[in-house]
Design a protein around this ligand. Structure first.
Ligand code: HEC
Length: 148
């Protein structure tokens, strides 16, 4: 009895280790692009810290109507929607705007914050791999985040 309980626990630990997302350093300022991307761990913090303050359901009306809080909203809102084209990062307005010259009136996010390096490559990889976003996962306002 005890032995089988222990082996179930041990198995559970092995399974959860195998499934745990790759550590890439700080969630909001990653050092590298993970080989296997996990939306909640790797993409969500970048969007939350850099975009949700403006692109949320309440304030979107002031920011081209783009709401990035849910998958359904991210895929359909914005005056030039869709801004995300799964499988085509370079063709997605969301990525194009991040790569614009900071002096451009439409560079995102508005200066002085810039998205470059590993954070930009994580967003590009996410879109190129199909822009996976678990059903029901709502991105909270950065002030409300308790766990990154
Ligand atoms: C401080 C507020 C603010 C933040 C933060 C911000 N944006 Fe924006 N965003 C705007 C404004 C303002 C516009 C409208 C630009 C215009 O019409 O000139 C806009 C427009 C956009 C659009 C164009 C939508 C469309 O359909 O035309 C995209 C895409 C976008 N933002 C992506 C992002 C992303 C991705 C982030 C985070 C990395 C971000 N923004 C962060 C204010 C913000």
């Amino acid at each position: 009895m005890h032995r089988s309980l222990a082996s179930i626990l041990a198995l559970g630990m092995i399974v959860s280790c195998a499934e745990s997302p790759e550590d890439i350093g700080s969630p909001t300022w990653p050092e590298r692009v993970p080989a296997k991307l996990d939306f909640k761990t790797h993409v969500r913090p970048i969007l939350v810290i850099n975009c949700i303050e403006c692109h949320n359901s309440e304030d979107a009306v002031k920011y081209s109507g783009l709401n990035l809080q849910t998958k359904a909203a991210a895929m359909t809102t914005g005056k030039n929607a869709p801004v995300i084209i799964p499988g085509n990062a370079d063709g997605s307005l969301l990525i194009q705007m991040l790569q614009r010259d900071p002096q451009h009136q439409w560079a995102m996010p508005p200066t002085p914050d810039r998205i470059w390096g590993a954070r930009l490559e994580i967003l590009r990889k996410w879109i190129n791999e199909g822009a996976d976003w678990p059903t029901g996962l709502v991105l909270e306002h950065p002030a409300e985040v308790e766990n990154w």
